[in-house]
Design a protein around this ligand. Structure first.
Ligand code: EPU
Length: 339
C-alpha cells in the first residue's frame, strides 16, 4: 500500500480544486482497500473514497485518509437467455468501459457514453443521459460493508434508485464502498432514441438502422458540443438537478413564461430544464472571479483554474437565489460537497 502524506487532490477532482489530503492512498485491489481501511481504523481517521472525483466539490484541505478507488476488473458471463452479465471493477473508467462493452457487441450502455467518472461511482447517483439511467441496465453491485467488513451484494431493486439518487447517497451514505458493478447487456437490447430529438439527429445524419456503437459516437458528438472536457476546464457536469414540481405549478409558470422547457415525470409532476431557467436569467457565460457559468450550457459551472469550492458554492447560491426569486423554484445542487 503506497501512502502519501499532505498530497494534492487537484488531479483527483474534476473541478481541479487544489486542496490537500492529510493521507492519500490509491488502491487497485480489494486487499489493498481492506489494508487502507485498517490503517484508517487504527489511526481513527475520517475516510473519503473518491472514484473519478467528477461529482465532488472539495471545499478545504481534507483531514484523515483519502482513498482513490482504482480497483480494475472485467468479467463476462453468458446467461441462458442469451444476455451477458458484464462485471466491471469500481475503478474502471466509465466511458472506456462503455466503449469496451460496445466493441464486444454487448449493447445497452450506449446512451451513457462519455459520462465522466468511474464505474463504482455511477450507481451512487444513478447516472443518466439521453433517456437511459444506470438502473435500467444494472443487475447488481458488490460493496464492502465498512461496519461488518463483509462483501454484500445489492440487486438493482435494492439500491433505492431515483433521479440522480440511490441509498448509497442517503441512508447508507459512508457505509458501503462499491467494489464492482454488474450489468445485463445483450446484442438484442433495443436502442433508446426518443429522448430530446435523438432520433431526428440520427435521421439528419442519414444513418439508417443505426448500431449501438453509432449511437455512442453520436452521443459523444452531442456531449462534446455542449459540455466542457474536464481536462481542459474544471467542472462537474450538470451542477444542479432538474427540479421536479407539481403539474399545476408548471402550468402556471408556462402561462407566465411560454418558452418554459419541461418534461413529463411521475404522474402529477413535471421536470423543469434547470439550464433553461438559469439561461433565461442571463447567467450563461457569466464569470465571477476564477469561476463562472459555461457559455454553451447554463447548467454547468466552471473553475477556470484558481477557483475554490467556496467560490463555486457562492456562485451557485447567487444562481439559486435568482431562480427562486423569478420562478419560485429551488435548485438543488447535484454534486456532493465535502467535507
Ligand atoms: N437549455 C437551455 N439553456 C441552457 C441549457 C439547456 O435553454 O443553457 C434547455 C435546452 O434547450 C433543452 C433543455 O434545457 O431544451 C434541456 O437541456 P439538455 O438536453 O442539454 O439537458 P439537461 O437537462 O441540461 C440533462 C442531464 C445531463 C444529461 C442530459 C442529456 C441533469 C441534471 N442533467 O441535462 O446529465 O447529459 O440531460 O440526457 O439531469 C450530468 O448529470 O452531469 C449531466 C450532464
Amino acid at each position: 500500500m503506497q501512502l502519501s502524506r499532505k498530497a494534492s487532490l487537484k488531479a483527483y477532482n474534476s473541478f481541479g480544486f487544489d486542496v490537500s489530503a492529510e493521507y492519500l492512498v490509491i488502491v487497485k485491489t480489494l486487499d489493498e482497500l481492506k489494508g487502507a481501511l485498517g490503517f484508517c481504523a487504527e489511526n481513527k481517521l475520517s475516510l473519503l473514497v473518491i472514484g473519478g472525483g467528477s461529482n465532488l466539490i472539495l471545499t478545504q484541505d481534507i483531514s484523515g485518509l483519502v482513498v482513490i478507488n482504482r480497483i480494475v476488473l472485467k468479467q463476462v458471463e453468458s446467461t441462458s437467455d442469451g444476455d451477458f452479465l458484464v462485471t466491471a471493477g469500481a475503478g474502471e473508467n466509465w466511458h472506456e468501459f462503455v466503449r469496451w462493452t460496445l466493441m464486444q457487441g454487448y449493447n445497452g450502455l450506449e446512451n451513457l457514453s462519455l459520462i465522466p467518472g468511474t464505474v463504482g461511482a455511477a450507481p451512487m447517483q444513478n447516472i443518466g443521459a439521453y433517456g437511459v439511467e444506470i438502473k435500467d441496465r444494472m443487475e447488481y453491485l458488490d460493496a464492502l460493508d465498512r461496519e461488518s467488513g463483509e462483501l454484500c451484494r445489492f440487486a438493482a431493486g435494492e439500491c433505492g434508485f431515483g433521479y440522480r439518487d440511490s441509498v448509497f447517497k442517503r441512508i447508507h451514505a459512508g457505509r458501503y464502498i462499491i467494489i464492482s458493478v454488474t450489468f445485463r447487456l445483450s446484442a438484442k437490447v433495443g436502442l433508446v432514441l426518443d429522448y430530446s430529438g435523438l432520433s431526428a439527429v440520427v435521421e439528419r445524419q442519414g444513418i439508417e438502422d443505426p448500431t449501438a456503437l453509432q449511437i455512442s459516437d453520436l452521443i459523444c458528438d452531442i456531449r462534446r458540443s455542449k459540455l466542457p472536457d474536464p481536462e481542459a476546464l474544471g467542472n462537474a457536469g450538470s451542477f444542479f438537478k432538474n427540479p421536479v414540481i407539481p403539474e399545476q405549478q408548471c402550468a402556471e409558470l408556462t402561462r407566465r413564461y411560454p418558452g418554459l422547457v419541461s418534461f413529463s415525470d411521475q404522474p402529477g409532476l413535471r421536470k423543469l430544464a434547470a439550464g433553461w431557467l438559469i439561461d433565461q436569467l442571463g447567467w450563461k457565460g457569466h464569470r465571477q472571479g476564477a469561476v463562472g457559468v459555461y457559455d454553451k450550457q447554463a447548467l454547468v459551472l466552471i473553475n477556470y483554474g484558481k477557483g475554490s469550492g467556496g467560490d463555486i458554492l457562492s456562485l451557485a447560491q447567487a444562481i439559486q437565489a435568482s431562480v427562486a426569486d423569478r420562478y419560485g423554484v429551488l435548485l438543488e445542487i447535484e454534486p456532493r460537497t465535502y467535507p
